[in-house]
Design a protein around this ligand. Structure first.
Ligand code: ADP
Ligand code: MG
Length: 445
């Protein structure tokens, strides 16, 4: 019976859906008419009960007139092995036609469920994203994804958009960063096109707003977003939000937004474990047709444990190094490539210390003044600029940046970042200076 049910599910769900909901479910016992089905998590249980149980009843009856009463049970932890999505069934190598909707939705064509590797740290987020893409506006509204830099929030969020458009080509999907939303809104006021702005944001089936931590302190934008949110929510349109932290931890985010963001489901993404990192590298290597031995992939995955973006960067670097040296990719070559990453000054990641030095020199102040507390204009501005550049040009977290500026609070960094971003829009001179500083930093001069 189970094999039969699996076949039916396989035929009726997408490959991604099957691998998410069915693959890790198992029949636990059959007592009388009660079939107990074990699933890995609360989220799975929820989905099974809401969507799949009725099918089991129907199909069991069709199978052999069995009157089955399925009961869903959470059987312990999530599976230990990585459930890489690519591993379901090798899908035929049909190159997809580049989707035409890309233009209007601003989605990155690479960020799909197919290319997203799941593991412990992101499994819940992935499952929730999948539910939302299949039944937008129904179960988890809003879906709030949060977690550190480079862990796949944007990727998952955009995957929801792709998936929805795949099911419903006419669906209206809009992806924006919170900054773009704010800019659009401000522009609409300046050009007296608020009506058009509202049309654009409220007339969608799925609104994706990325990195909403930058809404903090933007009063008017929050006000507008509040109304956008309500309009969409009332019409059962799906809203998906990402942030680097929980809504309640975003400084100056209005209470009514904080509470609304909690109406649906909030899921965090945590850094991938070693197995998942290896699986991500394997996927990426295969996608680019790179021949890389397993032990080399394990080596690279062992070197980079912070975030997926860096992990991808390391792979690109190893690949470039192999090309330059006309050699195959091996572990010792990878070791060389990644070692020189740490040694070579120019290509090494820019540090906050370097930013402080360049900014201090440029504005004729000292580094310790930048790190200090003096609130005179000649120092405050360079200090905020240095913080802004640290946020823009390094992967450092907000608390880390704060710490490097003499132990300031991360909200100070957020404030500085926003202030400068805003000023740059108004002050051409400042904008030119920042561009110049960025160039100097890129060339380390
Ligand atoms: P965030 O928005 O959380 O900062 P991104 O979504 O931009 O992170 O992810 C950074 C990079 O890492 C992207 O290129 C993304 O495709 C990749 N990535 C992150 N998580 C995964 C994953 N689980 N599987 C495959 N690629 C991933
Ligand atoms: Mg992102």
């Amino acid at each position: 019976l189970w094999a039969y049910l699996q076949d039916k599910f396989r035929a009726s769900l997408t490959a991604t859906g099957y691998s998410t909901w069915i693959k890790d479910a198992k029949p636990v016992r059959l007592t009388g008419n009660t079939l107990t089905i074990g699933v890995p998590s609360e989220l799975h249980k929820n989905y099974w009960e809401k969507r799949l149980v009725t099918k089991v009843v129907e199909w069991a009856f069709a199978y052999n007139n069995l009157e089955i009463n399925p009961v869903i049970e959470i059987t312990g932890s999530l599976p230990d092995e990585v459930i890489g999505l690519g591993s379901v069934e090798p899908e035929p190598e049909v190159k997809k036609v580049v989707p035409t909707y890309k233009e209007t939705t601003h989605l990155n064509p690479k960020y799909t469920f197919e290319t997203f590797v799941t593991g412990k740290g992101n499994q819940m987020a992935h499952a929730a994203a999948l539910v939302v893409s299949e039944e937008p506006g129904m179960l988890y509204n809003p879906l709030f994804l949060y977690g550190g830099v480079g862990l796949g929030k944007t990727h998952l969020m955009e995957a929801i958009g792709h998936q929805l458009v795949e099911y419903k080509p006419n669906a209206n999907v809009k992806y924006v960063t919170s900054e773009a939303f704010a800019n659009d809104f401000i522009n609409s006021i300046q050009t007296k096109k608020q009506e058009q702005f509202r049309q654009e944001y409220r007339n969608v089936d799925l609104l994706l707003v990325d990195d909403i931590q930058f809404f903090g302190e933007k009063e008017a934008t929050q006000e507008e977003f509040f109304h956008t949110f309500n309009a969409l929510y009332e019409n059962k349109k799906q809203i998906v939000l990402t942030s680097d932290r929980l809504p309640s931890e975003i400084p100056k985010l209005q209470e009514r937004l904080v509470s609304r963001f909690a109406w649906g489901l909030s899921v965090d993404i945590t850094p991938p474990d070693l197995e998942t990192r290896i699986a991500i590298l394997r996927n990426k290597a295969d996608a680019e047709h790179l021949v890389i031995p397993d032990d080399t992939l394990s080596y690279i995955a062992g070197q980079i444990d912070s975030n997926v973006r860096e992990l991808e960067g390391a792979l690109v670097r190893v690949q470039a190094y192999a090309t330059m040296n006309h050699s195959d990719i091996s572990t010792s070559l990878a070791a060389d490539a990644l070692k020189s990453l740490k040694l070579s000054d120019k290509d090494a990641a820019l540090t906050i210390g370097q930013i402080q030095q360049v900014v201090a020199k440029y504005y004729s102040v000292t580094v310790s003044e930048l790190k200090g507390k003096k609130r005179v204009k000649q120092i405050v501005m360079p200090r905020q600029i240095a913080m802004y550049l640290s946020r823009e040009m390094t992967d450092s977290s907000l608390p880390k940046i704060g710490a490097e500026f003499g132990g300031k609070d991360h909200t100070t960094v957020i404030h500085a970042h926003e202030k400068i971003a805003e000023q740059m829009g108004l002050d051409e001179q400042l904008k030119t200076e920042i561009i110049e500083l960025k160039n100097r930093l890129k060339n380390r001069g």
